[in-house]
Design a protein around this ligand. Structure first.
Ligand SMILES: Cc1cc2nc3c(=O)[nH]c(=O)nc-3n(C[C@H](O)[C@H](O)[C@H](O)COP(=O)(O)OP(=O)(O)OC[C@H]3O[C@@H](n4cnc5c(N)ncnc54)[C@H](O)[C@@H]3O)c2cc1C
Length: 411
């Protein structure tokens, strides 16, 4: 085992939550370590859409220009593709924008976005340990010690200890593990499993982001960078198992979950079928989950939590990246202002948790309500009827999901 090193904060996970917190703290002069288990660039299950409300924050994170240069087209319309129905309405724009042309959200592949953010954190002074997996957190006097293993996959060859008074869990919520901040692994038939793929050559209108509903799940499509269509969805575990079994019977032999999902989308959702008709799959389908929507502790057992670990909305509203970026930033503001050692940090933890709930609870609850309707018996048919008669319900849903809500301190 190599000798222990000491930092002011150790951040576990270099998704948008971890990099945003690490960058903001490093810029305040903190000695920050960021530990990421995967080598970048890496693809990730995610729809990759970012609301315009984050642009001022992306600017502060020093990736505003790169994001504008790389991201896909502005998304000015929101839609519903469900069965044979295709309904569209305006996406609510963000009005208090600092720069022209920044009023609408856009999508950028996570392979690109997460690399940009991590490079920015590194440039701000964060020390990056990658690929390195955090495998334990233990109390060590006034500090905590994070045990990390270097190397990706099975090729872990060295164990190292990083010590810091502040530990920030930013490792997401979908993978089980031994850390006290990781969620317990439970498996239920009603679990939602996440899938995502990129296609090129799609005919989806470039300014439209439709919500997809299909038996057993929901999803979304959006044109991202370099002409890539990002398609992502969630499906119930039990429905997927049934579909796979019947698909395998029809075709003889084993059928992959990815083949089953793609077939299901194409056969049950006309809008998805039309958009994919001429399109080519780029890279493999990815899977993750089960996803864990809900509001959790933002500070517990002396560990600060940001992004999905602190709480997660159903991806039906495509707000997870926003919540991750913003929660990392919020935590850094509170920690940066904290004085008085452990007592000061605990007070910062309480203030951060209150701020988290004030900012994100409504969208977690709105997403839960929309997802319940989409997944419930007869729910998709009801959605079709409502939005056919009142397409503005889609605009209202986008507003309720926080797409126009300014980040505190950014006007
Ligand atoms: C189907 C689907 C579609 C979605 N679509 C959208 C969308 O369009 N827009 C949107 O805003 N959100 C979307 N989301 C949600 C979004 O992907 C997440 O909310 C977001 O990625 C959370 O960011 P995070 O930084 O908290 O965690 P993550 O992005 O999950 O990052 C966590 C990082 O921690 C690393 N890690 C994990 N464990 C360890 C460990 N032990 N040691 C070191 N590193 C570790 C991981 O490798 C990863 O890089 C979607 C989600 C799903 C399932």
């Amino acid at each position: 085992m190599s000798p222990a090193s000491t930092h002011d904060a150790v951040v576990i996970g270099a998704g948008p939550a971890g990099t945003s917190a690490a960058l903001a703290l490093a810029r305040r002069g903190w000695a920050v370590a960021i530990v990421e288990k995967s080598a970048f660039p890496r693809r990730k299950v995610c729809g990759e859409y970012i609301s315009a409300s984050n642009l001022a924050l992306l600017e502060r994170l020093e990736i505003g220009d790169a994001w504008r240069a790389e991201a896909g087209p502005e998304i000015r319309r929101v839609g519903l593709f469900s069965g044979d129905a295709r309904v569209e309405a305006s996406m609510p724009g963000v009005t208090s924008r600092p720069a022209a042309g920044d009023g609408f959200g856009r999508a950028l592949g996570r392979d690109i976005l997460d690399s940009l953010l991590l490079d920015a954190a590194r440039s701000a002074g964060a020390e990056v340990f990658q690929p390195c997996r955090a495998v334990a957190i233990e109390r060590d006097g006034a500090c905590q010690a994070v045990r990390i293993q270097t190397g990706a996959g099975n090729s872990r060859d060295e164990t190292k200890i990083l010590r810091a008074p502040v530990i920030i869990a930013a490792h997401g919520s979908w993978e089980p593990g031994e850390l006290p901040s990781q969620l317990e692994k439970k498996s239920h038939p009603s679990d939602l499993l996440g899938f995502k793929a990129h296609f090129t050559g799609s005919t989806l209108p470039p300014d439209l982001m439709p919500l997809l509903t299909f038996p057993g799940g929901y999803g979304g499509m959006v044109l991202a960078d370099h002409g890539r269509l990002s398609i992502s969805c969630c499906i119930r575990r039990d429905v997927l198992a049934r579909l796979r079994a019947s698909h395998a019977r029809e075709h003889g032999g084993r059928v992959s979950a990815a083949e089953t999902i793609e077939h299901h989308l194409r056969t049950t959702c006309r809008g998805a079928r039309d958009a994919l008709e001429q399109a080519r799959l780029e890279g493999p389908w990815l899977a993750a989950g089960p996803i864990r929507p809900g509001i959790r502790a933002s500070y517990e057992r002396d560990i600060f939590r940001v992004g999905n670990v602190a709480g997660e909305s159903h991806p039906i509203i495509a707000e997870g990246i926003s919540m991750a970026l913003q929660s990392g930033w919020l935590l850094a503001l509170e920690l940066g202002a904290a004085t008085g050692g452990q007592t000061g940090r605990e007070a910062a933890g309480r203030r951060y948790q209150a701020a988290w709930r004030g900012l994100f609870s409504t969208r977690v609850l709105a997403a839960e309500a929309i997802a319940r309707i989409a997944l419930g018996h007869g729910g998709a048919a009801m959605m079709r009827t409502v939005v056919r008669n009142f397409p503005q319900a889609l605009t209202l849903g986008a507003r309720l999901s926080g797409k126009t809500r300014a980040v505190p301190g950014f006007g």
